[in-house]
Design a protein around this ligand. Structure first.
Ligand code: CO
Length: 217
């Protein structure tokens, strides 16, 4: 119970701190949200989406799952995307993975943890698709980090292929999709060079980013 009390106490101090800077902050935000970003990231406790980019409440719409996977039959993720794109009209969708991801590691090592193994089959699909590139990397940690990056690039492609994003681009709505990777060791984000804001360029952006992963061996 002590641990929970700590959270509630810290929340009170946090809200006080924000109100000290801007007394109307919460009242204004309660009326509406208009975030410019949708973040799709990993559930890992070490990758706190809004915290690591230092944003205030109201700035970022967030969806997180284990290994930041975007599956075309996942109505949870698709609903978040649809609402973010069509109602909130975000300008950017950021798929953010992180190095040394436990979900990606489990998929890579084919270790069993239960129900979640089935979810991580999607990461194994990425692994099999890029087996050649990955098997050329000798160091296991480096190989894992590379798979984390390839997984992000694949998920950016999946985002870009959804009817939600395809229709937005067709309507002429300004919307860009990006792939980033977060370094647990230094707390820094890196752009994986797979930003895309139109349907025509999607395949080329994907190919270019995959090639880049191969070259940085
Ligand atoms: Co992770």
């Amino acid at each position: 119970m002590k641990e929970l009390k700590r959270l509630l106490d810290q929340n009170r101090a946090w809200a006080e701190n924000i109100k000290a800077n801007d007394p109307e902050f919460f009242q204004a935000l309660a009326k509406q949200q208009s975030p410019a970003f949708l973040w799709i990231g990993c559930s890992d406790s070490r990758v706190p989406a809004t915290q690591l980019v230092d944003t205030l409440p109201g700035e970022m719409f967030v969806h997180r799952n284990v290994a930041n996977i975007v599956v075309h039959t996942d109505f949870n993720c698709l609903s978040v995307m649809q609402y973010a794109v069509e109602v909130l009209k975000v300008d950017h969708i950021i798929v953010c993975g992180h190095h040394r991801c436990g979900g990606v590691k489990a998929a890579m090592e084919n270790s069993q943890f239960g129900l979640i193994d089935n979810w991580l089959r999607h990461v194994q699909d990425v692994l099999h698709q890029h087996e050649e590139l990955l098997s050329a990397i000798e160091d296991a940690g480096e190989r894992l980090d590379r798979l984390c990056e390839l997984n992000v690039i694949e998920q950016v492609l999946n985002v870009g292929r959804t009817t939600i994003v395809q229709n937005a681009w067709q309507r002429g709505q300004e919307l860009a999709v990006h792939g980033w990777i977060y370094g647990l060791q230094d707390g820094l984000l890196r752009d994986l060079g797979v930003s895309i804001d139109n349907a025509e360029g999607l395949a080329a952006a994907y190919d270019g980013a995959i090639k880049m992963r191969g070259h940085s061996l």
